[in-house]
Write a protein that binds this ligand. Structure first.
Ligand code: FUB
Length: 453
C-alpha cells in the first residue's frame, strides 16, 4: 500500500491536512491498516489467536487475490504481522483466486484449507496447505486438489469424537468427512439440504430460496453445532443456524451482523479466547476501501444464556484488550494496534520488520504494562539516511515524550544495529506510541524493540 500512502502524504501536505485526519488515532478496527485484508479465519493455539486472511490487492476492481496472510495476537488488540506463508505459488496446479479459507491444528500440524481456481478446469477446487507451525511456511499437502466441485469457502471442524468435517459451497453447501490424516476423505461429497427452515427465506431470487450464500463457519460449542454464514446477496449480511449434530438438521436462528460497512460481501469467523467470545468479519472501512479492498475487523460478544448469538454492529473501536502487552520482553516492530503510514516487509533477521517509515508516521501499542516504570528503550533498526529518530510517547502520537532514540545510517535497509535511549514517565499500564521523525522520506526500519525496567 506504499503508493497509496505516498499519495495521501502528498495530498495532506498540499491541502494543509495532517494524516491523523484520515486515520483517527482512537480507532482500533480494522485490525490491519497497512494492507487490505479479507475473509478472516481465527484459530486459537497456545495462548495466542492466529488470524488467517486473504489479501485484496491495492486498487482491485475484482477479488484480485494472490496470497494469504497470517497475523497473531495474545490480547486481541496488538497484532503481529507474520507475512504471507502461503500463496497461489504454493499450489502448482492453481491458476488464480486465493480466496477464503480456514486453518486447523491436529497432532501438532496445521492444515489450511483454501479455494483456488485450477489451471486444469478453470473452476474452483479446495486445496490444503500443511505446516509444523501456525505461521508457516505452508507447503501443498497433496500436489493436487483435495476436493473439487466448482465451489468455494472451506470451513473445517474437528468434532469431540475426532471426526473432522470440511464444509464449503456457493451456491450449494457440501461437506466431506475428513480422514484422520486431514488430507483425504471417506464417503464422497455430501449435500446439506438448503431448506428455508434451516437457512431462512430469501425473496426475489427463485434460484436461491434460502438466505445461505457462502462463507460457512461451522463450530461446536456446549454441545450445539453452529453454522455462521454470509446471507443473501448483494449486499450480504451475516446469519446463522444451529443443529444438534455436525450434519444437521439445521434451524435458522437469525442475524449476527446486518448489512453494513461499505463492502457487498462479508465473511464470519468466531472463536472463544481468554474468557471472551469474538466475532471476526470484514468491511471496506480503510481509506480506499470498498467491495474489493476490504479489511478484517473484530468485535467482542457474549452468547445469550440459551446459546443464541446476539446481533452485532461493526465498530471502529473493536474489543477491549484481553491482556496486557509486556514491554520488558522483545516485541516485534510489526506488532501493531494501530499504524499510521507504516508498512511491513520480510526481514533478513527472520519474520517481518516495520518499513517505509516517513516523518510523523507512528505505531500505537495498546495496554502496555510498564509497572513501576521503564528506564531504557532499545530498538533493532536499519537505515540508509542520517538524522532519523524514534520518539517514544504515551497518550497519543504527539503525546507526552518519554525519550528519543537516534537512528544512524547503517548502510542498508537490512543491515541492523541496536540503539538505546533513556526514557521516563512510562509507568502503570498505558498505550505506547512509537513515532518516527527525520527529514525526507523513508527514514528507518524497525525489526524489534524492548524496554528495561
Ligand atoms: O474473498 C473472495 C470471496 O469473497 C470469498 O471467498 C467470499 O467468502 C467473499 O468474501
Amino acid at each position: 500500500m506504499a503508493t497509496r500512502r505516498r499519495f495521501w502524504t502528498t495530498a495532506a501536505a498540499v491541502v494543509g491536512l495532517v494524516l491523523t485526519v484520515i486515520t483517527p488515532a482512537k480507532a482500533d478496527n480494522p485490525i490491519v491498516q497497512h494492507i487490505y485484508t479479507a475473509d478472516p479465519a481465527p484459530l486459537v493455539h497456545n495462548g495466542r489467536v492466529y488470524l488467517y486472511t486473504g489479501h485484496d490487492e491495492d486498487g482491485s476492481t475484482w477479488f484480485t487475490m494472490r496470497e494469504w496472510r497470517v497475523w497473531s495476537s495474545a490480547d486481541m488488540v496488538n497484532w503481529t504481522d507474520h507475512g504471507s506463508p502461503m500463496s497461489l505459488a504454493t499450489f502448482s496446479w492453481a491458476k488464480q483466486d486465493a480466496w477464503a479459507g480456514q486453518a486447523v491444528e491436529r497432532n501438532g500440524k496445521f492444515y489450511w484449507y483454501v479455494p483456488v481456481v485450477t489451471k486444469a478446469t478453470g473452476r474452483p477446487a479446495i486445496g490444503v496447505g500443511v505446516s509444523d507451525s501456525p505461521t508457516g511456511p505452508f507447503r501443498d499437502a497433496l500436489g493436487r486438489p483435495l476436493v473439487e466441485n466448482g465451489e468455494i469457502d472451506p470451513s473445517v471442524m474437528i468434532d469431540d469424537d475426532g471426526q473432522a468435517y470440511l464444509y464449503w459451497g456457493n451456491p450449494n453447501l457440501s461437506y466431506v468427512r475428513l480422514n484422520a490424516d486431514m488430507i483425504s476423505y471417506s464417503g464422497g461429497i455430501n449435500r446439506i439440504p438448503l431448506t428455508t427452515a434451516g437457512f431462512g427465506t430469501r425473496t426475489g431470487d427463485p434460484n436461491r430460496p434460502t438466505l445461505y450464500e457462502e462463507a460457512p463457519w461451522v463450530y461446536k460449542r456446549n454441545g450445539l453445532y453452529y453454522n455462521v454464514f454470509a446471507a443473501k446477496c448483494c449486499s450480504e449480511f451475516i446469519a446463522y443456524s444451529t443443529a444438534p449434530g455436525p450434519t444437521g438438521p439445521w434451524t435458522y436462528r437469525g442475524t449476527v451482523m446486518p448489512t453494513q460497512g461499505n463492502s457487498f460481501t462479508n465473511h464470519p469467523g468466531i472463536v472463544d479466547f481468554k474468557g471472551g467470545s469474538y466475532f471476526f468479519y470484514h468491511n471496506g472501512a480503510l481509506p480506499g476501501g470498498g467491495g474489493f479492498t476490504r479489511s478484517v475487523a473484530v468485535e467482542k460478544f457474549s452468547y445469550n444464556a440459551d446459546g443464541t448469538i446476539p446481533t452485532m454492529n461493526m465498530s471502529t473501536t473493536g474489543p477491549p484488550p484481553a491482556d496486557t502487552l509486556n514491554p520488558y520482553v522483545r516485541q516485534e516492530g510489526e506488532t501493531i494496534a494501530w499504524g499510521s503510514g507504516v508498512e511491513t516487509e520480510p526481514s533478513s533477521e527472520g519474520g517481518m520488520n516495520l518499513s517505509h517509515l516517513n516523518n510523523g508516521d507512528y505505531v500505537k501499542l495498546k495496554n502496555v504494562a510498564f509497572g513501576n516504570g521503564a528506564r531504557t528503550f532499545t530498538a533493532r533498526v536499519a537505515s540508509t539516511v542520517a538524522g532519523s529518530s524514534i520518539e517514544v510517547r504515551s497518550g497519543g502520537p504527539t503525546g507526552a515524550l518519554a525519550g528519543t532514540c537516534s537512528v544512524p545510517n547503517t548502510g542498508n535497509w537490512q543491515t541492523w544495529t541496536t540503539v538505546s535511549c533513556a526514557v521516563n514517565g512510562l509507568t502503570g499500564t498505558r498505550d505506547l506510541y512509537l513515532r518516527f521523525t527525520g527529514g525526507g522520506s523513508y527514514l528507518l526500519n524497525v525489526n524489534w524493540w524492548q524496554f528495561s525496567a
